[in-house]
Structure formats: C-alpha cells, structure tokens
Design a protein around this ligand. Structure first.
Ligand SMILES: [Cu+2]
Length: 67
C-alpha cells in the first residue's frame, strides 16, 4: 500500500465524530497520522505499512461506515 490512503466515511457529522474516528484509526499498527475532512467525509490515513482491513475494522467498530 502507498503511504497515504483515503477512505470515505459515512455518518461523521461533527468534530466529535471526527475525533472518535481519528482516535480509533490511530490505534491501528503503523498509522502515523490521520486527517478528517468533515465536509466531504474523507479520512486520510498516513503510514507506510498500514493494513487496509485493520483500518476498515477500526472505522466500523467506532460505529461508522465506509462508502
Ligand atoms: Cu458527531
């Protein structure tokens, strides 16, 4: 995988949601940084060796869906 991956997350409506998703994804091994754009629902995940499945699981476990 490349160093930066983007996900479109559904259901993030406020900065509290963004913080929750970021915190969950930050726990995934290899993640260096996360960046959420609330307006578009875009989550950017930075890290050289991050497992896609682990990121998706973290997002859904936090209560959000990936489109
Ligand atoms: Cu919220």
């Amino acid at each position: 995988m490349s160093d930066i991956n983007e996900y479109t997350v559904q259901g993030m409506t406020c900065s509290s949601c963004a913080t929750k998703v970021s915190a969950a994804v930050t726990q995934v091994p290899g993640v260096i940084a996360t960046d959420v754009d609330l307006a578009t629902g875009t989550l950017k995940v930075t890290g050289p060796d991050v497992e896609d499945t682990a990121v998706r699981t973290a997002i859904t476990n936090a209560g959000y869906q990936i489109s």
